[in-house]
Design a protein around this ligand. Structure first.
Ligand code: SAM
Ligand code: FES
Length: 348
């Protein structure tokens, strides 16, 4: 049988393990292994990024969604969800506020909402890039056609976040209705990369039906695909979804996986997510100490924040952007890192 200590050492030196070895490392997780992984991961992140923590201003542009993912609070079938969408003018105001606060990346995220046509988005992206040429624009708007991705890229979008959710096709089918396709999601990720975007993938930790087997597949995928960014956070149940009674994921396993991902790909951009801060009051600090180097505070207007409720009890829905950034700056400092004003591109 494998020995955990030997696997950790090899992962740290060779940045690769077999599927079986990843699964073993996850199954045999102990507090000692977690401490060892976190310390190696933190060392690697300091070699590449020092103590810098990059910030991304998250603008939740719409909670209308044509999809019906079983885990998600803004799924189409959730009739209790109070829907909203931001106009281009409102989004530009968020960017204005964000720029003043030191953000140099704006992330426009939303449900898959046909209101945001290619023409509307291209015009908006061009406007943001002309007003803020020193900023990066990241999109997280789900699955679109290759032509659409190409148009948005030409208009100036730099990055695209599309979590793969799970690399196991059978598992994917248990988390999504039959109208959604794992093959298409993977195709989108490959196309985004070919077009020239900096690409982010990612998955939920301890989503329903997930075991170490599926997580090992996610890790192997990250090792092979080498995304510029990987967003992981615990699955958190939402009261108005079919998964309302499923247990939520934990902070410890999420941090353990963050450390492993940092060791697989030392240069990767790794956010310590809002979901991690929701499941544990010190979650974001723990994530940073485990190897994460990005945080994504909310820049959406306070009036709509509560409505973008992907899961129950999401934090930071009542605070102004300026309050969150000051709160986070303190948290980051106390954890031993430094928030920087920077586009925060991946270091190659
Ligand atoms: N519509 C876009 C997409 O599909 O990529 C972006 C928005 S989507 C709501 C953003 C991410 O939220 C998803 O990729 C999913 O991983 C995460 N998410 C949704 N519901 C969640 C839940 N209940 N717990 C934790 N994360 C969740
Ligand atoms: Fe939003 Fe602390 S980060 S209140």
């Amino acid at each position: 049988m494998y020995k955990t200590g030997e696997l950790i050492e090899r992962l740290s030196n060779e940045h690769s393990l077999s599927l079986e070895e990843y699964a073993f490392l996850i199954k045999e997780r102990t507090p000692e292994a977690a401490t060892e992984l976190a310390s190696l991961a933190d060392k690697k992140r300091r070699e590449v990024y020092g103590t810098d923590v990059y910030i991304r201003g998250l603008i939740e542009i719409s909670n209308y969604c044509v999809n019906d993912c079983l885990y998600c609070g803004i799924r189409r079938s959730n009739k209790a969800c109070d829907r909203y969408r931001l106009t281009p003018e409102e989004i530009l105001l968020c960017c204005k506020e964000g720029y003043k606060l030191g953000f140099r990346t704006f992330v426009m995220q939303g449900g898959e909402d046909p209101y945001y046509t290619d023409d509307l988005l291209c015009e908006l992206i061009s406007e943001v890039k002309s007003q803020y040429p020193d900023c990066a624009v990241t999109l997280s708007l789900g699955e679109r056609s290759r032509e659409s991705y190409e148009m948005l890229f030409k208009a100036g979008a730099d990055r695209y976040l599309l979590r793969h959710e799970t690399y196991d096709k059978e598992h994917y089918e248990k988390l999504h209705p039959s109208s959604m396709s794992w093959d298409n999601r993977m195709k989108c990720l490959r196309e985004l990369r070919q077009i020239g975007y900096q690409v982010g993938c990612g998955f939920m930790v301890e989503s329903p039906f997930q075991s170490e087997k599926e997580l090992a597949e996610d890790l192997k995928f990250i090792e092979e695909f080498k995304p510029d960014m990987c967003g992981i956070g615990p699955f958190i149940s939402h009261k108005d979804t079919p998964f309302k009674d499923e247990p939520s994921g934990g902070c410890d396993l999420t941090c353990y996986l963050l450390s492993i991902i940092r060791l697989i790909y030392p240069n990767i951009l790794l956010p310590s997510t809002t979901a991690l801060g929701t499941i544990d009051p010190m979650g974001r600090e723990k994530g940073l100490k485990a190897g994460a180097n990005v945080v994504m505070p909310n820049l959406s207007p306070v009036g709509v924040r509560k409505k973008y409720e992907l899961y129950d009890n999401k934090i930071c829905t009542g605070e102004e952007a300026s309050e969150c950034i000051e709160c986070l700056r303190g948290r980051i400092n106390r954890a031993g890192y430094k928030m920087v004003t920077d586009r925060g591109d991946i270091k190659r």
